[in-house]
Design a protein around this ligand. Sequence first.
Ligand code: ATP
Ligand code: MG
Length: 267
Amino acid sequence: MKQPILLPSDERIRIKDFDPDYTGNYKDKDEAKAELEKNIARMAELQEVLYAEGKHALLIVLQAMDAGGKDGVIRNVMSGINPQGCRVTSFKAPTPEELSHDFLWRIHAHVPPKGYIGVFNRSHYEDVLIVRVHNLVPEAVWKKRYEHINNFEKLLADSGVTILKFFLHISQDEQKERLQKRLEDKTKNWKFNPGDLKERARWDEYMRAYEDAINECNTSWAPWHVVPANKKWYRNLVVSERLVEVLESLDMKYPPAPEGIEEVVIE
Ligand code: ATP
Ligand code: MG
């Protein structure tokens, strides 16, 4: 059975119905390699038109459990992109100043302007994920946030920002293996954060929080995608495919040449 990446807008999804090991019609990394390279090259072309035309912005929201592959997607899928036209923002626990504002204040400031691609490594969704799991605000407060998020994303969409949200879906076993590697591999030790184990222990609560966030905020103007992410190569392929598809659908054009350009002679 084919597994949807883009979710049905009219029915509630359950995360456990999605297989994190799914790889579609592909058997292994080698089979997918050419396709991924093609997508990366195509993205580079499309980004240039996005920048030149200056009419649209693209916002990519990446959410996942620890070791879920957010960094890997940025490193691989975005590797062909001109750094001048791309901004990556990693959202950590809010500072006291950020906490003294509404939860979207710090987010809004990092939304890409027209002509740019913005990548959120974690995002405003943390405010209905970790915040909910750890009761950092009362339930009555986080429950209202789904509506605030939908309205905020609608404002952005109406202002020329195309929003794509990806949940990189790994299994609990796969996370264990990846965290274990961070313990064993000297070059990965720096990535090991003992705090990740505390979050891992609350896996089921996180899955419930993700499920609600995805269902409550899967809108036509800012759709969620559940990406099978146990296999890194398939995860990268899926995200790159979707980015190419959506950038192409914007039907962008290079701006017209300055008038009289045909007569210009360079001595
Ligand atoms: P990596 O571990 O790959 O470097 P990371 O995104 O996990 O990347 P960390 O510095 O380890 O980065 O963790 C950031 C932490 O900040 C996460 O645990 C995340 O849940 C937390 N965080 C982000 N936004 C909020 C928020 N609004 N409220 C509370 N905690 C938040
Ligand atoms: Mg971390």
